[in-house]
Ligand binder design. Sequence first.
Ligand code: HSE
Length: 439
Amino acid sequence: MKEIGVGILGFGTVGAGVVEGLIKNSRLIAERIGVKPVLRKVADIDLKTDRGIRINKSILTSDAESLINDPSIDIVVELIGGTKIARKFILQALSRGKPVVTANKALLAEHGAEIFAAAAANNTEVCFEASVGGGIPIVRALRAGLVANHIDSMYGILNGTCNAILTRMDEDGMSFDDALRQAQAAGYAEADPGLDIDGIDTAHKAALLASLAYGFHVPMKQIRIEGIRGIAQTDIENARSLGYRVKLLAVIKNHPTGIEIRVHPTLIPISHMLGSVNGVFNAIMVEGDVVGQTVYYGRGAGRYPTASAVISDIADLAGKLAAGGTDNRPPALAWQKKPCKFMETGQANVRYYLRISIPDKAGTLAKVATILGRHHLSIASVIQQEKHAVCGKHVTVIIVTHEGHEANFQAALHDVNKMGIVGHKTVSMRIEDLGVARS
Ligand code: HSE
């Protein structure tokens, strides 16, 4: 059977998982694709740490460039991470006409234009199934399974660390800080926890999803990003009593006025499939004009799910190389020639959850309602629980609005906070009903 040589740059958590998976299932893969991917070299600066797997030591090297230049290596797999050395090595491999597999969503989101142009110029390609949704084959779903569709919308829970934190807060009443420590100990988090909890990792993945769906590079500055840092237990409880769960959600919608991409903590219905995506699991709901709604679910982070996706790209490329080269498809992320139109900031239509602290006395609630009304925002529900025997002290009021213009909402929020009577800065979160009818 024909052999295709594979070299891996980076022998960390995912690298070790790929080595293990390739060794364990190489026969199965060869039987399935009719060609045998053979691991020829693994490069890492740390060759001492025991990864707990049996590997022929002679294939280990600390010289990444010798791996890239090795003529017996046909496919270069980049699992170093970060946006500096990884970029250099990927560009080197592409300049030698070698296809690249990577899990590096940050690199592709920030330097995708350069990397995909280099791949096209050298008549080769970059595969990145593992960069979004861990083990979920969402890249293939968008490129192949849904090729017949215009993509109307996508909603994604894309960061395992954030989802694990929010799940612990919801199910065990844990504080944000304790839940973060627990998620980090589980080993899913990025080296810089800010990438996870400030929503950057989710935004990188959202940029890739939108690029796949619409064929444009999506500059990070086009994405509205809010993370989950400091989310309060009380808001998770309030959401639950309203029939919602709080999730860090990537929202991608195709409007006639442009593409809208947002990442933020969001109230989604408990009764929707995405509302039961818990722990490190990820899920993506994609709505196409021919197929309707589809949902993809699985482990979004960790050694083995990511390795599964990386190996699927290796197998795909091995099959193509054995058949004489890559196919004729345009690059995954940049097949559109015209510039992309993005929706202007503040133009989205959204519902909001608000937690306001106001003095419990005559007329204050009316003042808040007046401000919302002045900005054309209609109130859908109000909850205030009686707390004090005498009026005058601050109480918490939960308001849920109907859909309104985001810009109007921001203006209203500004006015509410500057009334001079609110006890703390008003907490707000967007609501996405995901097609679930409200009763
Ligand atoms: N830090 C990421 C997560 C890893 O928690 O989902 C996978 O991209």
